[in-house]
Design a protein around this ligand. Structure first.
Ligand code: HEC
Ligand code: HEC
Length: 258
């Protein structure tokens, strides 16, 4: 699929009506469009995408026995490539039992603690990044469809408010960059719509795979706002809102980013 960058207009002061009109970009564009041709080429070819190392590792972890139960993910779920098809495209979602908003990382750790009796894997550990990458890879090309009604509604509303809220010493809201400044250069990057469909992604600057929350934390640092812990409820709410905001964009994780 090929996309062209549209003309971008900087919205200086966002009134309520402007914000309402801009809740979802008229044409959602995948993050890869804003990357260099080299990064895009790496992403689209599995043999040159460094993120595939994490996907491979995740596949082997899937079949590894762990925890007090000695069970592997596969012993309950079966073949990763079959059973996890399209799953990540439905996340984050509200977990029926705990009534909390869960992303893929949260779901994996919930299975570890509840079903394997194993300790949760820390965010950004190689293991959690690998399992998340392997599961998300099975949704590549799938359209994201997250629930925003019912139990999910309060989280969605919170996520939207956070996206529009000015923060940090620079007093900037996510929407001001990822809507108002799309296509502009900022410290060597081209500002994108802030879509999440390429995450987790391999970031050349990190020389590693990283989670979506790590990416959002970088944006918080950029505007000198408070950096929240990985898995923070606010980041989860933003994750839900952003997943919805992507509209019919297909999943493109594992992405390659500058
Ligand atoms: C000062 C401008 C600025 C602000 C404010 C900002 N970001 Fe970003 N953000 C960037 C830049 C620059 C990048 C890297 C280039 C790109 O992909 O847009 C980025 C990347 C991202 C990406 C990754 C997009 C991709 O496809 O790889 C996401 C998601 C994101 N930001 C979310 C947020 C959220 C959520 C907030 C508010 C908490 C926020 N950003 C605030 C500038 C900003
Ligand atoms: C003892 C069985 C068992 C084991 C072991 C197990 N799970 Fe699960 N998993 C479940 C059940 C049951 C559910 C449904 C949600 C629930 O009740 O926790 C689930 C749900 C999931 C989901 C969400 C599926 C969806 O459609 O929303 C993912 C992803 C997942 N597990 C990944 C893993 C991973 C990764 C591992 C290994 C680290 C693992 N599971 C280990 C039983 C297990």
């Amino acid at each position: 699929m090929r996309y062209k960058l549209g003309i971008c207009v900087f919205v200086g002061v966002l009134t309520g009506a402007d914000v309402a009109a801009q809740q979802r970009p008229a044409t959602p564009l995948p993050g890869s469009v804003f990357q260099s041709p080299e990064a895009r080429a790496m992403q689209s070819d599995d043999t040159s995408n460094p993120a595939m190392l994490w996907v491979e590792k995740g596949r082997s972890l899937w079949t590894k026995s762990d925890g007090a139960t000695g069970k592997s993910c596969a012993s309950c779920h079966g073949d990763l490539q079959t059973v996890m098809k399209g799953v990540a495209a439905r996340y984050p979602l509200v977990d029926q039992k705990s009534k909390t908003l869960m992303n893929i990382e949260g779901r994996i750790n919930n299975c570890r603690t509840d079903h394997q009796q194993a300790p949760p894997l820390p965010y950004e550990s190689n293991e959690l990044l690998s399992l998340t990458s392997a599961i998300t890879y099975q949704s590549r090309g799938d359209v994201r469809l997250v629930g925003i009604d019912g139990a999910a509604e309060p989280f969605f509303t919170q996520g939207r408010a956070l996206f529009e809220q000015r923060q940090g010493q620079l007093n900037l809201a996510c929407v001001q960059c990822h809507d108002g400044q799309v296509g502009r250069k900022l410290r060597g990057d081209t500002v994108s719509q802030g879509q999440t469909h390429g995450w987790p992604a391999y970031r050349l600057e990190w020389q590693s795979m990283g989670s979506l929350h790590r990416r959002i934390r970088s944006c918080s640092i950029g505007v000198r706002a408070e950096v929240l812990p990985y898995g923070a409820p606010s980041y989860l709410a933003l994750e839900l809102y952003l997943a919805w905001r992507g509209g019919s964009l297909p999943m493109e994780s594992p992405g390659v980013r500058r």
